[in-house]
Ligand binder design. Structure first.
Ligand SMILES: Cc1cc2nc3c(=O)[nH]c(=O)nc-3n(C[C@H](O)[C@H](O)[C@H](O)COP(=O)(O)O)c2cc1C
Length: 352
């Protein structure tokens, strides 16, 4: 067996000596230059998942926000991910919020970001998706422009432009950094939005599955409204959850005051509890993607047992590097066999 050097262990002191956003840009540039790791080992068949009319060789996906502009899909898949979600993409390109807008919380291996949907816009991303190699399923996460006159139009535009090129669409109504965006999760706004999005999907984007990405900071009334609208409108799944605007007590006070969404381990318990709650409200028929704070195989397995058939991560990768992906996959397969499951799908929701 060839022993690969752990390049991330060498690169991490350099990356973490930089502020987080330049470190991310350098990571993307390295992946674009072909310097990323290559994991050519086939996935353990126990990890394969059939959902949304697609086969996922393993359940671990790169969460939205890492490859916002669809520039490194094949390189991210080569790390060993089973799928990639690109975006958030808005109809028109936009610069996002003023810098600095990303902060490390090193003691908790967490991040706070207030990027505000900086992205190249739907036309550019569309061209990239038309041309790129796609070794596995690619989700496209859609948002609205900050200065949009009609948010519903923005999502419909995204569905028409990018739906035909996606394996699934994620309707992002949960980023905390676009004023008013999270209000779209309220009943009065959500049903009209989903009705328009699903009509556009049927007209122009074939049968592409449409998922709703929700915030972890939801009151019971909002959860009821989301579950009701998801079923009434015929949404294909939920992504639970985006970053939190809450600040768990162990975050140092100076960092806790930074505006934006918190991600990483402090989000694990909150997002997994919401996942279990949405599973309880919606039952096994509504596929759920679990995301928030995954930094180990135990975390990924907890999401699956709480009701997720697919699991995403982002912040864990920034602190632990690409080896985390292989470690989680091996650990997950071990957990499944130890608990007597012969496929991952059998374990979904088993904690309920
Ligand atoms: C720097 C950064 C940028 C993000 N950008 C987006 C985004 O554009 N759209 C989105 O839906 N989620 C975005 N997210 C949220 C992640 O997709 C994910 O829901 C969240 O970070 C929780 O997962 P994690 O704890 O594994 O990072 C972003 C997260 C981070 C850390």
């Amino acid at each position: 067996m060839r022993v690969m050097p752990d390049l991330f262990a060498l690169a991490k002191p350099v990356l973490h000596a930089l502020p987080p956003e330049p470190a991310h840009s350098l990571t993307i540039a390295s992946l674009r230059a072909g310097l990323g790791p290559r994991n050519s080992r086939p996935d353990d068949p126990i990890l394969s998942v059939d959902v949304f009319g697609r086969r996922f060789a393993n359940p671990l996906g790169m969460a939205a926000g890492f490859d916002k502009n669809a520039t490194v899909i094949a390189s991210v898949m080569a790390i060993g991910f089973g799928f990639v979600e690109v975006g958030t993409v808005t109809p028109r390109p936009q610069a996002g919020n003023p810098r600095p807008r990303m902060v490390r919380v090193p003691g908790q291996s967490a991040l706070i970001n207030r990027l505000g949907f900086n992205n190249d816009g739907a036309d550019v991303v569309r061209r990239r998706l038309e041309q790129c190699r796609r070794p596995g399923p690619v989700g496209v996460n859609l948002g609205r422009n900050r200065d949009s006159a009609d948010p519903v139009d923005d999502y419909v535009h995204g569905v028409r432009q990018l739906g035909p090129l996606a394996d699934y669409l994620a309707i992002n109504v949960s980023s905390p950094n676009t004023p008013g965006l999270r209000d779209l999760q309220r009943q009065a706004s959500l049903e009209p939005l989903l009705t328009a999005v699903l009509a556009a999907r049927t007209e122009s984007a074939g049968g592409v599955p449409v998922l709703l990405k929700i915030a972890p900071d939801l009151e019971a009334a909002d959860r009821d409204a989301i579950a009701g609208a998801a079923v009434a409108c015929g949404v294909d799944g939920l992504i639970v959850a985006n970053t939190t605007v809450t600040r768990p007590q162990d975050i140092p006070a100076d960092l806790a005051r930074e505006a934006g969404g918190l991600s990483g381990p402090p989000l694990m318990a909150l997002s997994t509890a919401l996942l279990a709650d949405m599973r309880r409200r919606l039952g096994a028929a509504m596929p759920l993607i679990g995301v928030g704070g995954v930094a180990s195989a135990d975390d990924a397995y907890a999401k699956i047992r709480a009701g997720a058939c697919l699991v995403q991560l982002y912040t864990g990768l920034a602190y632990r590097g690409p080896r985390l992906v292989g470690q989680i996959k091996r650990g997950l397969a071990d957990h499944l066999r130890r608990d007597g499951f012969s496929s991952l799908m059998q374990a979904v929701g088993s904690a309920a």
